[in-house]
Design a protein around this ligand. Structure first.
Ligand code: HEC
Length: 488
């Protein structure tokens, strides 16, 4: 104790032999009102914090605060990035989509929380610390083995060496000692400094190497850590290849390939409009017609998802088709093609019949009368929104009032409630349908004079037979509807 005067006293420590004596001493110290105390044991002793009067740590609150900060940071960051700074729709989700933001929010919550726990623990414990005066006591080493120590810090308000010593003695403290300043130098040992210096300077080397690589050129090949696709057998244009028999790397287009916007059909054929007469039309309408005509190359992209009503309006405006049932006929100034560019050979008509059967008959009926299966079904279920398909045998749809080009345009782009078929039926087949619709229309209005003379007689015979058959059918139907015979 002779050296006490020169050195600063840090506190006083006592050694105990058992947990029980230690706990007893702890309670006495606590009851005496000491706050800056600590107990050191070789293993965790339950209840010692209570015995010493140690308050629960605030670390959980720090971690909670950090966690909430992490969540908020992640959400604000994502909302800012995805909906304010660079609004970007991903997978059709709204700009601010909480479920999509969850993974990042979760990660940042965990990251901030663990930083809070890690660094919070260090800060609360006053770490890092290179030395503790307690370590100067040679007997203190046994705290890692089989001894228990109790320590009261000299900075405690009530600290008074004699009083503490007395409690220690009364409670069975075996070895009581004041804790003095550490003699050893306060300076950080040189080897540590050197190691730090080494690590820091070594960590700059990769950066310098990268920097040099960025500003200089090198003859030697790239240093590959990850190969990525650097060695994939991709070829540039005009390069040779041993892979194909013809020695060329580029493959020719699949026959029939049409590059977008480079249809080799002429535009009259694709639109049903005499394009050279278009000067009479205003530019936007012409432009739209051309765009519509590009439909068959890809699916009708700008049309497909549109709102139906809006679609209707733009369509009416663009093709200026007069309303079929409307009382006032809008003037149609479009220079429609008046003849079918495909003609009406048997081949064309058969093709038209086939495609009419596939695409049109469901609504307009096999005979074009407007009573296809879809129409019958709609009437059966009394669909309140159903617009019946037009009969194709109306005067207004005949060739003199409804040119072939216009019929072609109706099939291609649709009209009012009828959808367009440019995306599904090739232009050539649409023209074939036009030819077939003309044939259908003619079938109801042909006079016997339009047939070759030698056929007229047999045709008239046939007509009589058909009339006879229809009569029989009508009679049979009448019988079938009489009670007791409902077999169909
Ligand atoms: C999904 C049912 C449906 C199909 C399939 C359909 N149409 Fe129509 N079509 C209609 C309806 C409904 C109208 C009447 C539209 C209206 O008045 O709103 C109509 C009207 C028409 C008109 C009259 C246009 C006018 O200016 O008044 C023609 C011509 C026509 N269709 C031809 C065809 C042809 C040719 C096909 C086959 C490529 C076809 N339709 C396929 C439902 C259909």
């Amino acid at each position: 104790m002779s050296e006490n005067n020169e050195k600063k006293v840090h506190g006083i420590v006592a050694e105990y032999e058992s947990v029980d004596t230690l706990l007893h001493a702890c309670r006495r110290i606590r009851d005496a009102g000491y706050k800056k105390t600590d107990a050191y044991t070789p293993f965790p002793v339950h209840g010692i914090d209570k015995a010493l009067g140690i308050k629960p740590t605030v670390l959980p609150w720090i971690v909670l605060g950090c966690g909430i900060t992490g969540t908020i940071t992640a959400l604000v960051m994502q909302i800012w990035m995805n909906s304010i700074d660079y609004p970007y729709i991903i997978s059709g989700k709204p700009y601010v989509s909480l479920p999509a933001f969850m993974p990042v929010a979760f990660e940042l919550t965990v990251l901030f929380s663990s930083f809070g726990a890690f660094f919070g623990m260090w800060a609360l414990n006053g770490l890092p610390r290179f030395s503790n005066p307690l370590f100067t006591d040679p007997r203190f080493d046994r705290v890692t083995d089989d001894r228990f120590f109790l320590y009261v810090d000299a900075s405690d308000e009530r600290y008074e060496e004699g009083a503490v010593r007395e409690i220690y003695e009364q409670t069975g403290g075996e070895y009581i000692n004041t804790v003095l300043d550490d003699d050893s130098s306060e300076k950080i040992p040189k080897p540590i400094f050197m190691a730090w210096g080494l690590v820091i300077s070594a960590s700059v080397i990769p950066l310098l190497v990268v920097l040099k690589m960025r500003v200089t050129n090198s003859e030697s090949p790239r240093f590959h850590i990850f190969y990525d696709m650097d060695f994939s057998p991709a070829k540039d244009a005009q390069q040779g290849s041993t892979l194909f028999a013809d020695g060329r790397a580029m493959r020719p287009d699949v026959p029939g390939t049409v590059a977008r916007g480079e249809s080799n059909y002429d535009m009259d054929f694709m639109t049903g409009v005499q394009m050279d007469q278009l000067s009479a039309m205003d530019a936007p309408r012409a432009d739209r017609l051309v765009r519509l005509s590009l439909g068959p190359i890809g699916p009708a992209d700008d049309e497909a998802g549109d709102d139906e009503n809006q679609n209707e309006e733009t369509r009416d405006e663009s093709t200026a088709a007069p309303s079929a049932g409307g009382s006032e006929e809008a003037k149609d100034t479009t220079p429609w093609l008046t003849t079918n560019p495909l003609g009406n050979s048997e081949e064309v008509l058969l093709r038209g019949q086939k495609y009419f059967g596939i695409y049109c008959s469901v609504c307009h009926g096999m005979n074009g009368g407007g009573n296809g299966l879809v129409n019958r079904r709609a009437r059966k279920i009394l669909s309140p929104t159903w617009i019946p398909p037009s009969s194709l045998h109306q005067d207004t749809l005949y060739k003199d009032q409804y040119p072939d080009g216009k019929l072609f345009s109706t099939i291609s782009n649709g009209i009012r409630k009828m959808p367009g078929y440019a995306g599904q039926i090739k232009a050539k087949d649409r023209w074939a349908i036009v030819a077939y619709v003309r044939a259908l229309q003619l079938s109801r209005n042909a006079s016997i004079d339009s047939f070759p003379e030698e056929e007229r007689e047999s045709l008239l015979d046939e007509q009589k037979q058909i009339e006879q058959k229809l009569k029989e059918q009508a009679e049979a139907e009448q019988q079938a509807t009489t009670p007791g015979q409902a077999s169909s």
